[in-house]
Design a protein around this ligand. Structure first.
Ligand code: C2O
Length: 421
């Protein structure tokens, strides 16, 4: 019976990941796995009020695998406070399980089949999860009274960061607030190249339209159906054969703190895709832009936020993704100088004319030196950041993805990049 159930589940998960239009994740199907909620409706709701942005500093979310001891400790204390809130005030809508249930509610519901608006499998996927992470980030920050807390992202598409980020699995016990008992992935487990390597990621980041990349009004995009679902299933249940499946099921996925690091990367890849080519654009349909989502904010107010609100990520939601990749236009005879601010996040593709000069400089005259002067680099006093200045390889074309996992995300060849701290 148990085995039979497992093999049913196994094929269901595999099918879900493979069939187009499927979510890539299973909805709750078996009460004996994990702690699937019977009902995940939130508290009875007052009329939501319009969300407005705060004026917290705009700070980068950093790669989860590179957090220093202080950053790790801050994140852990916030998650500890969030878990504690669920115990001391179980009805607080900001609590840990309430947040997991919010995700459950918007993706098929609990075992009783009661559910809210479905936000997977369409163009709502990226903006809803961006908003979900934003309120999660604000709540975590509020609980430790720190406006500077930002989530971290698990950039599994970077070959050097394929392992589950150490902070989440070391130690891999409940003394660590980032641990989840219903997670199969352990310290050192690496997401296979076949799920998130360049062969998968490059075509997704080169997807010509938002519909291809992020979904349309009635279908999921490649990011959701591909690596998003695959990493969920892999984290929850590496071999699709154990009961530690939280991340692998839609109704329990957000009960694992790794959910938020995984989704921060999904959110970041949206930004990467937008910046990868001038033709990559968000939808302009008002049905999308005006779509409202409802969340509990850090002050326990029920608010609504629109897609138009969340697409303005740094101004409205007060975060960026670091380390930042900045492309400068420059002219070999008359260099233009750019003044950077901590929020600089530019991706400017070099004109072909300039690019051909660089190729020539590279291949014809090895002695010729092109100097790039960068002025006004400042970082906020408590923040860590890297400005990475990247000159494309001579073979790069204007539309080429600048964050190919086998290129910039790995240690670049010295001649291809300079880093300044
Ligand atoms: Cu709402 Cu990654 O799923």
């Amino acid at each position: 019976m148990y085995n039979q159930l497992q093999s049913t589940r196994r094929s269901f998960l595999l099918n879900a990941a493979q069939l187009s239009g499927a979510l890539g994740l299973a909805e709750g199907i078996a009460p004996m796995f994990g702690a699937e909620p019977q009902n995940c409706a939130g508290p009875k709701t007052p009329i939501p009020v319009k969300w407005t942005p705060d004026n917290n500093p705009i700070l980068p979310r950093l790669p989860a695998s590179t957090l220093n001891a202080a950053e790790m400790a801050k994140l852990r204390s916030a998650y500890a406070a969030l878990r504690n809130l669920a115990v001391t005030r179980p009805n607080d809508p900001r609590g840990w399980l309430q947040q997991g249930d919010k995700h459950c509610w918007n993706c098929g519901g609990g075992l009783d089949g009661q559910a809210g608006e479905e936000i997977h499998g369409s163009w709502l996927f990226l903006p809803w999860h961006r908003a979900f992470l934003y309120f999660h980030e604000r709540i975590l920050g509020a609980l430790i009274n720190d406006k500077n807390l930002r989530l971290a992202y698990w950039d599994w598409n970077n070959a050097a960061h394929r392992a589950v980020p150490p902070a989440w699995v070391t130690p891999n016990t409940s003394v660590n607030s980032l641990f989840d008992a219903n997670r199969s992935a352990v310290a050192g487990s690496q997401v296979p190249n076949s799920l998130v390597g360049p062969a998968i990621m490059n075509p997704i980041l080169a997807a010509p339209t938002f519909a291809n990349f992020g979904g349309s009004s009635n279908a999921a995009g490649q990011l959701e159906n591909g690596p998003h679902g695959a990493v969920h299933i892999w984290c929850g249940n590496t071999n699709l054969s154990s009961a530690r499946v939280d991340m692998g099921l839609l109704d329990t996925a957000a009960q694992d703190p790794i959910f938020f690091a995984h989704h921060a990367n999904i959110d970041r890849l949206w930004d990467v895709w937008l910046k990868a080519a001038t033709t990559h654009k968000n939808p302009t349909d008002s049905a999308w832009l005006n779509h409202r989502f409802t969340f509990w904010d850090e002050k326990s107010r029920l608010v609504y936020i629109t897609v138009a609100d969340v697409i303005n990520m740094s101004n409205n939601l007060r975060y960026t993704y670091g380390p930042q990749i900045i492309h400068f236009p420059f002219n070999l005879e008359n260099p233009t100088f750019l003044r950077l601010t901590p929020d600089s996040n530019r991706n400017i593709i070099l004109p072909d004319q300039v690019k051909s000069r660089i190729t020539a400089a590279n291949s014809v005259n090895q002695q010729r030196l092109t100097t790039l002067r960068v002025e006004g680099v400042t970082l906020p006093p408590n923040a860590k950041g890297i400005y990475r200045i990247v000159a494309n390889k001579p073979s790069a074309s204007a539309g080429e993805i600048t964050e190919a996992p086998n290129d910039l995300n790995q240690t670049p060849a010295k001649s291809d990049s300079e880093e300044m701290q």
